[in-house]
Unconditional design. Structure first.
Length: 269
């Protein structure tokens, strides 16, 4: 799947119509559409529905236009649908709006999938693809709770500093982003090329964004927006094949350079 946002409008309208036990003709009459127009929308033949039509669907089904377009409602449970209909901010609650792909062993226990460096480039586009997740190496760690969902990510370079290069970090999946406590250590999966960072995360509920702080004081804290985040994984354990090193002058310079890049990106916005 490419990085282009998939649109679920056609599937969602058909699903919501059937959920209301309406025929295409009945829904078309309620929205002042022709049946042919309704059929074309549900078949996906209407590639660019008008803003007026989207607003009509939104008002009728009591769902935001964003949810109708971006969320695959057919994959949600009834309680999740009711939460959407109640107007709750599901984008701030993160992955509650989608089904997290997992794998299980022969005893139906969840595996801990392993994302090595060579798989990182594809993760941002395959993170919600069951086929991609099933292709990852996987193992079972008896020291982890049976009730959680875990994934192990391999660090590369300074992208997850102070986690050493090539170290393996295991995190527990955070379903409700609003429940993240202040300065929770997390592996943060972001959109874009450099998409893995290890930071202390604090939720800013009023501004609907997150403050990320490094354990290394040489790296300044910065803000990320909700739309930039794919996943949060709360730190549980780290696997090292050597002792961690003290920061070098080169690492300090890299920290200063990283801060400068962040400031430049803010200025561009």
């Amino acid at each position: 799947m490419s990085e282009q946002q998939k649109i679920f409008l056609s599937e969602n309208i058909g699903f919501l119509r059937k959920r209301r036990k309406l025929t295409q003709q009945q829904l078309a009459q309620l929205l002042d559409f022709t049946r042919e127009k309704m059929r074309a929308i549900e078949k996906g033949a209407t590639k660019n529905p008008s803003v007026e039509d989207l607003v009509k669907f939104s008002d009728f089904f009591k769902l935001s236009v964003d949810s109708l377009l971006k969320v695959n409602l057919t994959k949600l449970q009834e309680l999740q649908l009711r939460e959407l209909e109640a107007g709750n901010d599901v984008y701030m609650t993160g992955s509650r709006i989608r089904v997290l792909p997992i794998t299980v062993d022969v005893e139906n226990r969840q595996n801990c999938e392993y994302v090595p460096i060579k798989a990182k480039m594809g993760y941002s586009s395959g993170y919600n693809d069951p086929e991609y997740i099933s292709s990852l190496p996987k193992y079972n760690d008896p020291s982890l709770s049976r009730t959680g969902t875990y994934r192990t990510f391999q660090a590369e370079g300074d992208s997850m500093y102070p986690v050493p290069d090539k170290a393996e970090v295991t995190g527990a999946y955070i379903e409700n982003w609003l429940a993240i406590k202040q300065d929770t250590p997390c592996i943060v999966i972001l959109k874009g090329a450099n998409n893995f960072v290890f930071k202390l995360v604090t939720v800013n509920k009023n501004e609907k964004n997150f403050l990320l702080k490094s354990l290394n004081p040489l790296y300044k804290p910065y803000i990320i927006e909700v739309d930039d985040v794919l996943e949060f994984w709360e730190f549980k354990k780290m696997h090292l094949d050597r002792l961690p090193e003290q920061p070098t002058e080169m690492q300090e310079l890299k920290g200063m350079f990283n801060d400068l890049k962040i400031e430049i990106a803010k200025l561009k916005k």
